[in-house]
Design a protein around this ligand. Structure first.
Ligand code: BGC
Length: 753
């Protein structure tokens, strides 16, 4: 239909198709039979606003299941689970007449301070990509489009509509693009949303390299590129760069600028037709799917149960001296307002109205079969201490063997739209914790926070810490299940918990200054940094405890092919050594060599989650390819494998590597091509190169020197960085500048032998 329809549209109608009709609708053209379709946030629930609305999560939306936000799903390390959540989201979207869900967000957690980290999966691109793709596949399996966002390098909220993320090419390719690449090439989302920010000076929404060369020409994306809401600065430039759809409606103003640009010859009408055609394709695809028979409602109870099951797989047990799981006979008290009034999602465009809301207090009561003693202890919205509430909490805890203390970030501390400035829990909550611990009760801390908080300084007061993140509407039930051992913790950290903010790699450059943020840490983001500097962390990437233990054995590495065809099959036997059924996240890290660039010690390249009954074992298998051993070579502008020895680790976290083996990589060493501009040291490093120079750089016989002093050991060390053409000008070099091209050819010939 698109071509036929397009042919019947006026120029103004074509232009209007490439921007929204309203906040959530695409432009309908009744005359030509083109309907609107509805786009809604995303990503952890359907935010369907009946009419009008807003994109900052303020006004009402229809009730929908609030699944665990990405910060929690990221910690599940479970693609099957995330896919099931995606399917449920798709079902709800269908039932609410939503054709496109605006998610997932796969931006990297560059700094723990990003106010929107709760909407992103991880500090690691592989984990983010795999889970993002799973969500997209789930949503789209229901005939609803997914929209991966925010493309690209939207890693902070400060000045987010203008800031320029200054990122070198290698870092972009190794850290900030791979998750998008994986989602686009494996799950084929219907849409990609361009980010608000600039990338190296150019708005992401107007970036021809990003939106066309890379996304379409190299990655083969065939869907629609939509702007983030209000991201477009110059509409003509955006369209030219590859942005198909501006959202929301701009009231016709920017459509008129497109028409004027075509009429004045500044914009090729073909470019407009291509974008309008893509929007028509999307509308046609969406309406075709929407017309397919589907259940009109969804099973709210079933989805709530799925939300609870998912949440239980996301919480991370950070420490446990054996106090958990609680036994029904334990005398347990609960302290902390978050037990009664949960924090379960973040603020902003992803904020949805849940169908139900579990709280920990009610759910623990249900599991224990009796009324636990409870004291709120603090008021979440206030920073000041409240002596009466603290007294009451101390009284309650003093009479209990174990006290579950619910702490976390107040809602106002983290949101879309602004960043955090520190990693601390509120002082009134920490004071409460100290007082409760001083009663002698055993303390179990349950945390609710979307961004990482610092534990160093207080976690010694706790016998156990359960990091609950923001767990969605059924989080209260899931936490109760975990505390009482109805569920066995199996979440793992998708981001490092640092000892101090000052230890994080972007500490000195986040969130930038004077309109730009320089990603000076390069590829050394998260654990890549901490491992490179051998730094202590609070809790490492990949960490998480269980109520059982797992043994790792029998690592096998089977290597086939070389260079681009390299395939390494990895297998290991995992055994449940404890007395409870549990799930282990098996993580594969690769440390690969390079003589050219500084590479991380090791990087996550594969993972899998396996469920094992007590005593049961299973062999888990992974396949690594050449890309998993390569780095992005910024001069060759492609992924490059260097010869040498790589190490493959299989382990339970980035710092708990249980098995290691070596792989010998064979590859052509990156070809060095000498020119007269190459420094003396490069010439001397080529086998035979020094001999050629010695032959040429000869002083007159009367000096008695066999060759120029620059070629002695000390001369080479001191003048090694001087380009040969400039060295030739120095007295004492005895090198004929006119011969340099010929000498380069001679030495290059030696290289290719
Ligand atoms: C957010 C997007 C969201 C859009 C629509 C923007 O503020 O950055 O993630 O999809 O609003 O609500």
């Amino acid at each position: 239909m698109p071509d036929r329809v397009l042919a019947r549209l006026t120029l103004a109608e074509r232009a209007s198709l490439t921007s929204g009709q309203s906040l959530w609708l695409t432009q309908a053209i009744d005359r030509a039979g083109v309907p609107s379709i509805t786009l809604s946030d995303g990503p952890h629930g359907v935010r369907r606003q009946p009419a009008g609305g807003d994109h900052l999560g303020v006004e009402h939306s229809l009730p929908a299941t609030c699944f665990p936000p990405a910060v929690a799903l990221g910690s599940s390390w479970d693609a099957d689970l995330v896919r099931r959540v995606g399917e449920a989201l798709g079902r709800e979207a269908r039932a609410m007449d939503v054709q496109v869900l605006l998610g997932p967000g796969v931006n990297i957690k560059r700094s723990p301070l990003c106010g929107r980290n709760f909407e992103y999966f991880s500090e690691d691109p592989h984990l983010s990509g795999v889970l993002g793709a799973a969500l997209v596949s789930g949503v789209q399996s229901q005939g609803v489009g997914a929209c991966v966002k925010h493309f690209a390098a939207n890693n902070q909220e400060t000045d987010r509509l203008r800031i320029s993320a200054e990122i070198d090419e290698r870092t972009l390719h190794e850290i900030y693009l791979p998750a998008f690449h994986h989602v686009v090439t494996t799950a084929r989302p219907w849409l990609v949303m361009s980010a608000y920010n600039r990338l190296n000076g150019v708005y992401a929404s107007e970036h021809p390299w990003l939106l066309t060369e890379l996304l379409r020409e190299q990655w083969g994306f065939r869907g629609v590129v939509v702007s983030d809401w209000g991201a477009v600065d110059d509409r003509v430039a955006a369209l030219r760069a590859g942005l198909d759809l501006e959202m929301p409606s701009s009231g016709g103003g920017t459509d008129a600028s497109l028409v004027a640009a075509v009429e004045s010859g500044r914009l090729d009408p073909e470019v407009l037709d291509v974008a309008a055609g893509r929007v028509l394709d999307l509308v046609e695809r969406a309406t075709r799917h929407a017309a397919e028979p589907a259940p009109t409602g969804w099973d709210a109870g079933g989805h709530h149960r799925l939300a609870r099951e998912a949440a239980a797989q996301c919480a991370v047990l950070l420490k446990n001296d054996g106090v958990l799981p609680l036994r029904p006979a334990d005398r347990v008290a609960i302290v902390g307002e978050f037990a009664r009034t949960p924090r379960y999602q973040g603020a902003g465009s992803s904020h949805i109205v849940p169908t139900r809301l579990d709280d920990l207090l009610t759910e623990m009561r249900a599991l224990a079969g009796r009324e636990p003693a409870f004291a709120p202890g603090y008021r979440p919205a206030e920073t000041g201490r409240c002596p009466e509430l603290e007294e009451e909490a101390v009284r309650v805890a003093g009479g209990a063997e174990v006290t579950v203390v619910c702490l976390g970030l107040p809602a106002a501390d983290e949101s879309e739209g602004y960043d955090r400035t520190h990693l601390e829990l509120p002082a009134n909550q920490l004071a409460l914790l100290e007082r409760v611990a001083a009663t002698g009760t055993r303390v179990v801390v349950v945390l609710s926070n979307g961004g990482v908080v610092r534990l160093a300084g207080w976690d010694h007061l706790a016998a156990a810490v359960l990091e609950g993140w923001l767990l969605g509407q059924a989080g209260g039930g899931a936490l109760a299940d975990l505390l009482y051992g109805v569920a066995n913790p199996c979440g793992r950290l998708a981001e490092t918990i640092p000892l101090r903010l000052e230890d994080t790699p972007s500490y000195l450059t986040f969130p930038g200054e004077l309109g730009a943020v320089r990603y000076g840490e390069g590829v050394f983001v998260g654990y890549r940094h901490h491992d490179a500097v051998g730094g202590q962390v609070g809790y490492p990437f990949g960490h998480g405890l269980s109520y059982t233990r797992f043994g790792y054995a029998d690592l096998e590495l089977d290597q086939q092919g070389t260079e681009e065809d390299l395939v390494v099959r990895v297998s290991a036997r995992i055994t449940n050594l404890g007395e409870r059924t549990g799930r282990e996240v098996v993580q594969v890290y690769v440390g690969a060599p390079s003589t050219q660039v500084r590479r991380p010690e090791r990087e996550l390249r594969a993972f899998g989650k396996v469920e094992l009954a007590p005593g049961e074992s299973a062999v888990v298998r992974f396949t690594l390819t050449a890309r998993d051993f390569s780095f992005y070579h910024p001069l060759r502008r492609r992924w490059t494998l260097e010869p040498g020895t790589a190490v493959v680790h299989v382990g339970a976290s980035s710092r708990d590597l249980r098995l290691s083996g070596e792989v010998t990589l064979t590859a052509e060493p990156p070809r060095v091509v000498l020119t007269p501009e190459s420094p003396l040291a490069d010439w001397a490093a080529v086998p035979g190169g020094l001999e050629v120079l010695r032959r040429e750089m000869r002083p007159p016989a009367e000096t008695g020197q066999p060759h120029s002093r620059f070629l002695s050991d000390s001369g080479l060390r001191m003048a090694g960085s001087v380009p040969l053409r400039r060295l030739a000008r120095f007295p004492g070099a005895y090198l004929d500048p006119d011969k340099l091209e010929r000498l380069a050819a001679e030495v290059n010939a030696l290289l290719s032998r």
